[in-house]
Design a protein around this ligand. Structure first.
Ligand SMILES: [Zn+2]
Length: 355
């Protein structure tokens, strides 16, 4: 009898400790309100000026009208374009939105704007390209068949019809790599990022995510089919556990400088995210084993990446770890694998402690 009463209490605890957060996507994307997203990301830029370029939703030029034919109309169009850098006089408020891409489609979500009749979604395929309208919708979400491309920008505008003409809000441009923060957690391209630059809140996390566990199950099955046996040595580690682990190494080595090459400070460990794990014999002796080789060649097929590859310490902030993998989802894992780049290189991020 008492046991059944315990369950709701435990659930409540789980919610408080971060496990009940509304994570809407399998690699840690929050159901962020976009107003919040923009505000936080701007604050973030101000407080740490040395950081990589942070995505801002910049309110700039409007999506272009179709190219006019004659010089006179061209001049007129130019004038029109300049006027459109700001919102039309009667237009509704600006739209703050979020982008999530896969290899063949992009989903944009935003908060409804008061008084808007509908929304126009546009893409700019390259820095100097013209804006192309992709869709007009009354919904506050839209999936378009424009896949992942580092050079693309997206925009969502709200409109109302006045005197038979559409009045648009200003362009809110969202450029790659979509870096933003919510509740003290940083996301890039819809994926949670944890490294020396980007920590997690101390109370975040309570275990491996379901998707990560499922993906590992499939990974280990795939490995077994090739005669390779894989198991998890260390999955989730809480802030406190990481604190003990890190300071244990510092004490053993006699300096933080030495430990920082291979152990994360509390809050900076990917193990706290619930998406990372160490496999088999987590240690240098594992490098070069058939198991390590199998992981390196195949883990992307199950949505994992080798997070700290060989020769990339200056990028990731850590020594080569052939046993540490991170779940990022199938699409991102393939993209990252095909690029041959680390997460930091691919998204243009740093991994450095601020002190
Ligand atoms: Zn690890």
């Amino acid at each position: 009898m008492k046991r059944t009463k315990l369950i709701p209490a435990l659930l409540a605890l789980a919610v408080l400790s971060g496990c009940g957060n509304s994570i809407s996507e399998n690699t840690g994307e929050p159901a962020a309100t976009l107003q919040e997203q923009q505000t936080v990301s701007q604050k973030h830029t101000e407080s740490t000026p040395d950081e990589p370029e942070v995505t801002k939703q910049t309110t700039t030029s409007a999506p272009a009208e179709p190219e006019p034919e004659t010089t006179t109309t061209k001049k007129k169009a130019k004038k029109k374009k300049t006027q459109k850098t700001k919102a039309d006089k009667n237009a509704p408020g600006n739209v703050h939105f979020m982008v999530n891409t896969s290899s063949d489609s992009t989903t944009l979500t935003w908060d409804g704007v008061e008084g808007a009749e509908g929304y126009s979604v546009s893409v700019k395929k390259g820095k100097n390209a013209e804006w192309e309208e992709l869709a007009v919708t009354e919904d506050t979400q839209c999936t378009v068949d424009v896949g992942f491309n580092k050079k693309y920008s997206f925009s969502v505008r709200a409109f109302v019809t006045r005197d038979g003409k559409k009045a648009y809000s200003a362009v809110n441009e969202l450029k790659f790599p979509y870096l933003y923060q919510k509740d003290g957690i940083t996301y890039v391209d819809g994926m949670m990022i944890v490294n020396k630059t980007y920590p997690l809140p101390a109370d975040y996390g309570c275990g491996l995510t379901e998707d990560t566990e499922q993906a590992f199950y499939e990974l280990s099955q795939g490995a077994a089919n090739d005669g390779i046996s894989l198991w998890i040595t260390s999955g989730f580690r809480s802030y406190d556990e990481q604190n003990w682990t890190y300071w244990g190494y510092v004490e053993r080595d006699g300096s933080t400088e030495s430990a920082d090459h291979y152990s994360a400070r509390a809050g900076h460990s990917e193990h706290q995210s619930g998406y990372a794990m160490d496999l088999n014999f987590a240690g240098m002796a594992f490098n070069g084993t058939p198991e390590a080789q199998w992981i390196e060649e195949n883990c992307f097929k199950y949505g994992f990446i080798l997070r700290y590859p060989e020769g990339k310490e200056d990028k990731t902030g850590y020594n080569y770890e052939s046993w540490h993998i991170r779940y990022v989802g199938l699409d991102r894992a393939k993209r990252l694998h095909d690029s041959g780049l680390t997460v930091e290189e691919f998204y243009g991020l740093t991994s450095e402690y601020s002190d």
